[in-house]
Design a protein around this ligand. Sequence first.
Ligand code: IVH
Length: 710
Amino acid sequence: MYSAHQTLQLNQLTNQLLQSTDEKNISQKSESLKQVLRFHEYRYYVLNDPLISDYEYDQLYKLLEKLEKENPQLVTKDSPTQRVGSSLNNSFETVQHLVPMLSLENSYNADDLIDWDRKAKELTGLNSIEYCIEPKFDGASISLIYENDLLVRAATRGDGVEGEDITNNIKQIRSIPLSAPFSEYGIQQIEIRGEVIMSKKSFAKYNDWLVEQGSSALANPRNAASGSLRMKDPKEVARRGLEAFLYHVSYYVSRESGVGSQESIHASSSTNDSRLSTHDSSLRMLWECGFRSPQKEKLVVRGIDEVIKHVHDFEEMRDTLPYEIDGMVVKVNEFALQEKMGMTTHHPRWAIAFKFKARQATTKLMNVEFQVGRTGAVTPVAKLNPVAIGGVTVSSISVHNEDYIKEKDLKIGDTVLIERAGDVIPQIVKSLPELRNGTEVDIDFPKDCPVCKSKLFKEESEAVWRCINIECEAQVVERIIHFVSKDAMDIKSFGEANVRKFYELKLLKDIPGIYHLAFDAVGKLEGFGKKSIDNLQAAIEASKQQPLNRLIYALGIRFVGETTAKTLANAIENLFDLQNKTEEELKELEDVGVKVAQSIFQFFHNQQNIDMLHELERSGLQFKNEKRETVAAGGLAGQTFLFTGTLAKLKRSEAEALAEQQGGKIVSGVSAKLNYLVVGEDAGSKLEKAKKINTIKIITEDEFLQLVNQ
Ligand code: IVH
């Protein structure tokens, strides 16, 4: 898409735009901004290899937004600012696909593929056929239409003939370009197909959020992707982190020779474009036009034996991918042959899906237990007759809340269908009521807390029952577990098992107790040698230096995740400043809504919490926002740093903290804004990139330490 030369030029332009204040030629400036923003969206979302930090991207975006606001005539349909439509503007009108969206025939083993290859050879009259193998992405299929290089319509598959117009939502997916240079291929109008997916990581994050909000978790990323595409508010869609792969050209109108379709796209040789005679070349065209199409993920081979070998290799690799695939799609590569083979009303004869082994299984729901979490939410957990799915034995699954149990019509004794999507937590897909024999019993939700026996409450807008006794033992233990956890205070070697053990033995009763742990008594417990006590003590001591944002997150305030904790830390100088903030003031902070503001306010107006904070402060934890204090004072103020490779003396996090303590700023990528690249062993692409920008000082770890000590 972008040559090395263009990449360098666009990077240079990026830096000029970030630095320039000149307002002379606004139309040229807005063009440049659009160009570089598109380029960086492509680097980030398609290549997964950003050249600038999120912060720098935001700066450029805001510049363009401001310019367009002041000069509305500069706004074009494909401006990066036009992704964000106004709220609630989805109509989901029914629209007709230009070419019906067919399905695929399925195969499950080598014999199925051999049969299919035999038919393909008969139909084409050939002895051996070239095939393209690519992943079968497990998401929601979409069709996109570009006219004169502009995205004009996006639709769901629907019944294959008609789908729903989801253009505004699709525009939120930044790996889908709003304009693409099809005209360079002589194409005036084109319909392309692909799959919108949600990565395993985004899915896990989304499910955590759903549960935190009191909703039910979804069974798999596929449901999450298709549900997200039908959200009323495009802004909500933008939050979901959807991605898209495009893998098929179904129809196009070329400038000279008029209508063509995928089945006859080879006829586009009338445009004399040999680039478009195979499926493989159409994938390359999509890639060249800025789409994420299978490139590294696909393989062109000859003969079915090679296909069989590779689909099995791909199945082995399945779990290493960041997104779900449920099989491979094998396609006849030559368009001329595809046309010869034709299609049925259901599927093309030139393609077949090879489905991987299912990650679904049925088993019996034996019982439901109720667990109390750190916010008091009572979660029902289904105990299952243990069953293996995709190499993992599953014996218990969260069934989230009362509504979920009703919605899935679950009873004790039911046979249930469960699914494990890769490394994603298993979920119940549905119960199978047709297999009931009358001995199944309803699941009764408790009225009282299963741990402290106090009465449970449920807010009208929520699906979750809660124990509101803040001293409920289950909650206390869960709060301590959260406090010491990796993303919070990261007290290594403490862990869930130790928290439970110390609590049961009355060696630990609350969070401040972590800092008064009686190591003599712990030392007498089985399994605690001198070394483990030393490690534990050192880890507790080290945690006192954790930055304020981690401490805020560790407190486990409802709705305050890691990002909100950072926002809060950046807005204050001392943790107790939050005591003086009104709900209104809190709401002014980024991403803090009514519920979050209320929850923070309540936390800081609860005497028990305030007492706990005073105790933690006395133990020497970081209550001040150190960064704020040092930025102005430090010797490295205003300098930016990036570390790459393995450092010999310092951990990466320690080195970063050292730079920050002196007022330095850590950046995430190599750009001309970077002052120092500190290089450890086995430094890779960052070093190569930095060498090309001669304003960056490339230094060793020792040189960095000298700089810090100066
Ligand atoms: S080709 C006319 N390629 O699988 C041929 N489909 O089970 C159109 N899918 O509806 C389909 N990955 O949504 C094709 N690499 C891929 C695919 C793929 C996922 C989906 C697609 C289709 C469904 C059929």
